[in-house]
Write a protein that binds this ligand. Structure first.
Ligand SMILES: Nc1ncnc2c1ncn2[C@@H]1O[C@H](COP(=O)(O)OP(=O)(O)OP(=O)(O)O)[C@@H](O)[C@H]1O
Length: 277
């Protein structure tokens, strides 16, 4: 089993060219009069792909999600969605963070239905879709419960169902499982992969946990090397779409992937000028 810093034969993109959903070209971004946080960033997310952004704290991972959501503008370069520059808030993305934004006075089913109700989808269709997504996330039995009656993992699954139900073109996930214990996280990884595979959801996922990146993603972009940072390394993770995140760490080659990601992450922590000295 090998991983590569380039696209390999095991990469889906190598065999079938896929639509680029999100792309940055020569992108630089910063805040106020401070220097660029990120510069010269070229990255692509293809339809159906699960891409993880892995990097040290403060390197600019969430900033990339905010650019994709249209909440920020680049200082230089292009930020494109479906080939067009993002000019306002991007309503084609879903966004899931660590925050628990379930409405406490609504049941799980009503919370999950909310994005479709806001889009004025017919009632019968809403019921069908809610049942489908509750089943994907193993929440059928919890449909009538209120958030206060749920465990932490169930609340995360309900939030995930609500983020996915309107079929966003791109699901942005910013450390969504960071507050969970190890066992619950592992369960959520399996649930997320299963749901993403069933719906062919495109995902851009931020984490600073290299094992989480490797078990979930088809491709990992290591961000860092700054300031200003950029894409310091890129890895194709060759375990296919039907992988089981719970057993993946025991598969041949996984330890090597972890080691290579660890080395890339360590290099990404070193500022560029120090590396050149
Ligand atoms: N709205 C803002 N105003 C000013 N500075 C900001 C703003 N948002 C982010 N930054 C700065 O930009 C840099 C990158 O922040 P960002 O949140 O993207 O990093 P990150 O890689 O997601 O970090 P973490 O893993 O800790 O969440 C940080 O130095 C941060 O302080």
């Amino acid at each position: 089993m090998t991983i590569s810093t380039k696209e390999t034969a095991t990469s889906p993109q190598a065999t079938e060219p896929r639509r680029v959903v999100f792309e940055t070209q020569g992108m630089a971004v910063g805040f106020g009069d401070r220097p660029d946080v990120l510069a010269d960033v070229d990255l692509k997310v293809h339809a159906g792909e699960f891409v993880a952004l892995l990097g040290p704290s403060g390197c600019g991972k969430s900033t990339i999600l905010n650019l994709a959501a249209g909440l920020l503008r680049p200082r230089r370069g292009e930020v494109l969605f479906d080939g067009r520059p993002i000019t306002g808030v991007n309503t084609s993305v879903g966004y899931m963070t660590q925050d628990d934004t379930l409405l406490p006075w609504r049941t799980v089913a009503a919370n999950v239905a909310l994005p479709l109700r806001m889009r004025k989808v017919p009632k019968q269709r809403i019921q069908q879709e809610v049942s489908r997504y509750l089943a994907f996330l193993d929440l059928q039995h919890a449909a009538g419960l209120y958030p206060a009656q749920l465990s932490g993992g169930m609340r995360r699954r309900a939030l995930l169902a609500r983020s996915m139900i309107y079929d966003p073109e791109l699901l942005l996930m910013d450390e969504p499982f960071a507050a969970l214990d190890a066992q619950m996280r592992q369960q959520l990884h399996a649930d997320l992969r299963r749901a993403v595979h069933s719906t062919q959801q495109t995902v851009l996922f931020v984490t600073h946990d290299l094992t989480e990146a490797a078990v979930l993603a088809d491709r990992v972009l290591v961000i860092g090397g700054g300031p200003p940072g950029g894409v310091a390394a890129e890895f194709t993770i060759p375990f296919g779409a039907e992988r089981d995140p719970a057993t993946l760490p025991y598969e041949d080659g996984f330890a090597r992937i972890q080691q290579e990601l660890q080395e890339a992450l360590t290099r990404a922590r070193v500022p560029k000028q120090k590396e050149e000295e």
